[in-house]
Each structure stands twice: as C-alpha cells, then as structure tokens.
Design a protein around this ligand. Structure first.
Ligand code: NAD
Length: 445
C-alpha cells in the first residue's frame, strides 16, 4: 500500500539519482506531530479589513510571530490573506500581488489561508464577482505551490468576524499539519457557535465517539485519532471482522460492537451500547462503506442495491434514530467521496451513494442544530488503503503523479484529522458542509 516512489525520491542515493534525472519529486507532507509548532515559521498577515488587528492579536496569543506587511528575508510558515471586505475585482490586485511576492519565502509544508465571504445571488454583481473570484484564485495558488505547501480558504457567512470560534478553529486546522492533504478547499462558517478546547492537545476530552467500519483502513485511523484527541471510542464493524475490530478496540482502550449497520435497529444498538457502557453518545462517524464497481451497462441489482444500502440508506436510518433520541450536542461526520462530486467511471452506484451523503448532510443540518449538534461530511480523494490497493499498480502510480501539486495519494490519517476537527465542539459553527481531503486531485470542482 505504501507509495514506494515517494520513499525512493526522498531518501539516500535514489534521492540524488531522481534529482539528476529530473524526475518529479513529491514532498513528504507536513503532518501533525503532538507538541510540534503550529506553523513552521513566521506568519505574514495581509489585507486591511476591520478584523485584522483582532486576528493578529489571536495569532500572537497562539505564540506565533506575526508580520503585517512584509516579512523581508524571513522564512514564512504561512501567509494569511484577509479578503473579506473587498467590494470589486480590482481590489484583489494589491493583496494577491503582495502574497505573490512573498511566496518564495514560504517554507516546505507552508500554508496560504484566505478569509472571504460567500458570493450570493443577492449580492451586487461586482461584489459577487470578487467573492467568487477569490475561490478561483486561491485554488489556483494551491496548484502552483510546491514542497507540500497548500492553499485553502475560510468563508465567513453574514457578518461573522474572522475571530468567531469556528473560524479560529478552522484557521488552526488549516495552518497545522492536520490538514496536510487538504488543498484548494474552503471551509464555510455558518454561525458564531463553538468553543475553543480547554487543552489544544486533547480537543475531544470527555467525549464518547462511535466509528463504524473501524476494523481497518480509514475507520481504524479515525478511531486512533479520536482516541489520541481524548475521546473514548466505540468501534463498530461486521461480525466477520470481529478479530480485527477487537484489536483496534484494545489498542485504544475502547469497546467493540459487532454490528451490520444495514440492520433496521443499528441506530438503537449504537445508542444503547454507547450509553450503557460509557454514559453518553457525543460523536458518530459514519465511515463504513463498500464498493461494487461495474460499468452501468453491466451493473446487476445486487451490486447496485448493496452499495446504496451500506453507504447511504443505513446512515439515513441511523440518523433518524439519533434525532429521535434527542442526543444533546451530537456531532455526526459522514464519509462521502470525490466520486460523489465529479463522478468516476465504473462507480455509478458508489457515486450515487456518496453524492447522497453530501445531500443528506446539507438537508440534515437544521435538525441536528436544533439539539445543539451538527452534521458534516468529508470527501476523500485517492487514499492509500486496502480498498484502493485493489487498483492495478500502474494505474495507481499514474493516479498519484496526476495529483496537481502534491503528487501523491493521501493517507488514512489525513482523512481522520479532518474528521476529528469537524467532530470537535470548536467546529460547531460549521454545519451541513462537505470538506474534500483530496490533495486537490479533482479536476473541475
Ligand atoms: P475499507 O474497505 O478498508 O474498510 C471499510 C470497513 O467497513 C471494513 O472494515 C468493512 O468490514 C466495514 N463495513 C462494510 N460494510 C459494513 C456494514 N454493513 N456494517 C458494518 N461495517 C461494514 O474501506 P476504506 O478505504 O477504509 O474506506 C472507508 C470509508 O471511506 C468508506 O466509506 C469509503 O467509501 C470512503 N472512501 C475511501 C476512499 C479511499 O481512497 N480509500 C476514498 C473516498 C472515500
């Protein structure tokens, strides 16, 4: 499953050989290491909006070194662009060109993060033009960066300030190594809900989390990550995966629940287990999923129906049970896929289920918010797991090289980090959204 090419071009003799031959060299991404600095260098904060001073104060409070106009020769860990008060496209020129002149100082694994507002149909055309233009320009910057650096944005709805809790939580996530494989994406903040964790190192302390499909792959990584972040974790998988499931549970001092999530009483079983064994249910990660790929012309009912049943119908039914139980502050994060956004040859059934997840979270947000909770989705792109190991090796290698700037697949931990962030109370102001963790691999969206 490991990306051997990435290892070879980054170590010893083969690294020198690859450089001599001019071979593409994907970078080793900057991933989260507990205790490591949030940003590997000075932060340049550009833009003149009214929230600038408040944001600069917060960054200083996080122990970062902040420069407001230019960082001279200093090595930059991040460039933050406050673009939330621009009113027409001509005003983009100054901050973007300043950012451009600073980009050469950005260290490997550095970050560009913008703050902007959504472009609405009710906006004046020039206002909507600059706001939508920010989306295009930041995604393009992401495709130009090298050395594992990324560019993402935070979109503030209504008149939310850049320092509302979930905007700051989103900024910390995007600046940190937790967002290593998130590139060219926008996190929209809907409300000023959210509270910063008491300990940044344990944002899920005191929470009880359930992860479905956790016997292996991305689900096991999610379980490990939520445990690392302080949660008590219940891992769920089919009885046939019982041994592997028990191992995951033991490693993280959690409990295992053998359960086929397509059972009509799956939601009730999960609630019963979490509450009777651990006293509450605060987080549910709908991760269990299957693929049964075939061109639609060759598709049979068993393939189509099983994918829909596991990947989306089960989640709809479980969510109904969770809502009916009125669990206070429940945070749900569901696994979508970039196939559900852009489509993928041979995956008409899978894409229907994963597009379904995106629609489901959008339409369920208000209901979960009523009890103080939230529901969001994460859409992974190409992630190195047993699922993707089935792809022929040549296709896999080409797929990695086609990732526009990072030139590699993601790891299960990259998906898990995004899920941990969305499951935290600090992210409470983000609801009904889908975050792609895809190394910006998706063309056209
Ligand atoms: P995986 O096949 O390695 O693991 C999926 C787990 O779900 C398995 O342990 C399986 O036993 C369990 N499961 C399947 N049906 C179940 C059921 N009815 N009840 C309970 N458990 C069940 O898959 P993965 O690659 O780790 O993917 C995890 C999730 O991420 C899936 O929803 C998948 O669609 C999604 N995803 C993966 C990728 C990728 O590149 N690997 C990309 C996009 C989305």
């Amino acid at each position: 499953m490991a990306d051997k090419y990435l290892e070879l071009v980054n170590s010893g003799f083969t690294k020198k050989l690859a450089a001599t031959l001019g071979l593409p060299r994907p970078a080793v991404l900057r991933r989260h290491v507990p205790g490591a600095p949030l940003v590997p260098g000075v932060v340049l904060l550009l833009g003149e909006s009214s929230g600038a001073q408040a944001l600069a104060d917060v960054l200083l409070g996080w122990g970062l070194e902040v420069r407001r106009h230019s960082a001279g020769q200093e090595r930059l860990g991040a460039i933050i662009l406050l673009l939330d008060e621009l009113s027409c496209p001509a005003e983009l020129s100054a901050p973007m060109l300043l950012a451009g002149s600073a980009l050469r100082g950005l260290v490997p694994g550095g970050r560009v993060v913008s703050f902007s507002r959504p472009a609405l149909a009710t906006d004046a055309p020039a206002l909507a033009a600059v706001r939508q233009g920010i989306d295009g320009t930041i995604r393009s910057v992401g495709r130009e960066l090298r050395g594992g650096a990324t560019a993402n944005g935070i979109v503030l709805t209504d008149d939310l300030s850049p320092v509302v809790p979930s905007a700051l939580a989103a900024l910390r996530f995007l600046l940190s190594g937790r967002s290593a494989y998130v590139d060219g994406q926008f996190l929209t903040i809907s409300t000023d809900a959210g509270v910063a964790p008491e300990q940044q190192g344990a944002p899920l302390a005191g929470k009880v989390a359930v992860v479905t499909g956790a016997a292996r792959g991305i689900g096991a990584a999610i379980a490990n990550t939520l445990h690392r972040d302080g949660a008590t974790v219940v891992v769920v998988d089919v009885p046939a995966a019982g041994d592997a499931l028990a191992k995951v549970a033991n490693k993280i001092s959690g409990t295992a629940l053998q359960l086929d999530i397509t059972r009509a009483d799956a939601g009730a079983k999960i609630i019963e287990h979490a509450i009777s064994r651990h006293g509450s249910l605060d987080i549910v990660i709908h991760n269990a999923g299957i693929t049964r790929d075939k061109l639609l012309a060759n598709m049979d009912a068993a393939r189509w129906d099983s994918v829909i049943a596991v990947n989306i119908s089960s989640q709809l039914a479980m969510n109904e049970a969770f809502l009916a139980a009125k669990l206070s502050g429940l945070r749900v994060v569901s696994l979508a896929s970039t196939s559900g956004i852009a489509g993928n040859r041979g995956q008409s059934n899978y894409a229907a289920s994963k597009g379904g997840v995106i629609g489901m979270v959008r339409a369920s947000a208000a209901a979960f918010a009523e009890a103080g909770g939230s529901i969001n989705a994460v859409a992974p792109g190409f992630i190195e797991t047993e699922m993707t190991a089935k792809i022929p090796v040549a296709t896999r290698t080409v797929a990695r090289m086609l990732m526009p700037s990072l030139m590699q697949g993601g790891l299960p931990i990259d998906v898990a980090e995004a899920i941990g962030f969305l499951a935290s109370d600090a992210a409470a102001g983000i609801n009904g959204r889908t975050l792609r963790v895809c190394g910006q691999s998706l063309v056209g969206a």
